[in-house]
Design a protein around this ligand. Structure first.
Ligand code: ADP
Length: 262
């Protein structure tokens, strides 16, 4: 293993002094944080906080004004191919051809990522996401939860080191949401580290080892959900919004303001 493959214990993602400006306004403004190997890390923030821009920089889709990001030790600008090979990104369901069958989609993306899959292998992997009976169905015939499970399965077809999930459970019913949390934990057990964005404090608490709260492009606080509650439970802004015992949501609203961002 070369030094750049990232020895155990080294961060799987390093965001360093990242800055992005649109129309003269800094939307990511000196952002620094790390995701540890084997961690499920939640990036929380109101709409417009800069979460998607940050993920887009890690994916190499957006070039930052300054600062940088490293995946498994590889700089996202200087080593885009090494980064892409290690990164799994969940595509929006609109990215898939609605007329293709489930099996055709799996074969297509296995080809894109250079992964060899036998007919039996495809059957097994569809079975693990509850789509064993659906392999001949067209994508557009799947339910929302099924489409979402297929999208996650495709994002992880090449066993990525780091998986980026932008609001993975938005729009899912409670059963599908819980099934997805189990799947995310399963992917972590399988060796992936996960960075997800969410608006759900319940989700952050249920699956994230650590969370970062950001707003206006700036990191406000980072820690385990329990640490954030204990660290901020006596902040006047948090107490002002709490109803009874302070929750992670109270901390979030206290630190980012209760005005609606949209
Ligand atoms: P979040 O994901 O936290 O909701 P975003 O990263 O999508 O936040 O957006 C942060 C800010 O940057 C928002 O004010 C958004 O309008 C702005 N923004 C994002 N992408 C662009 C773009 N391509 N051009 C101009 N402004 C953008």
């Amino acid at each position: 293993m070369s030094e750049m493959d990232g020895p155990a214990g080294s961060p799987v993602l390093e965001i360093n002094e990242l800055r992005m400006v649109y129309g003269g306004r800094a939307v990511v403004d000196g952002l620094t944080f790390q995701v540890k190997r084997g961690e499920i890390f939640g990036l929380l923030g109101p709409n417009g906080a800069g979460k998607t821009t940050t993920l887009s920089i890690v994916e190499g889709l957006v070039r930052p004004v300054s600062g940088g990001a490293r995946v498994d030790g590889f700089d996202v600008r200087r080593h885009p191919f090494e980064v892409k090979a290690r990164l799994g990104v969940q595509l929006q369901s609109s990215s898939f051809q609605p007329e293709l069958s489930v099996e055709q989609i799996v074969r297509l993306y296995a080809g894109v990522y250079g992964v060899r899959l036998t007919r039996e292998g495809i059957g097994r992997s569809l079975g693990t996401i509850g789509l064993g009976e659906e392999r001949g169905k067209r994508f557009k015939q799947l339910s929302g939860g099924q489409q979402q499970r297929l999208a996650l399965s495709i994002a992880t077809i090449h066993s990525p080191t780091l998986l980026l999930l932008d609001e993975p459970t938005a729009g899912l019913d409670p059963q599908s949401r819980r099934a997805l949390w189990n799947r995310i934990e399963g992917l972590r057990s399988g060796g992936s580290s996960i960075l997800l964005t969410t608006h759900s404090m319940e989700e952050a608490q249920a699956v994230c080892d650590r969370v970062a709260i950001m707003d206006h492009g700036v990191l406000i606080t980072v820690g385990t959900p329990a640490e954030l509650i204990s660290k901020h439970k006596d902040d006047p802004d948090v107490l002002a919004v709490a109803h009874g015992q302070v929750t992670l949501e109270d901390v979030f609203i206290g630190l980012t303001g209760s005005e609606i961002h949209d």
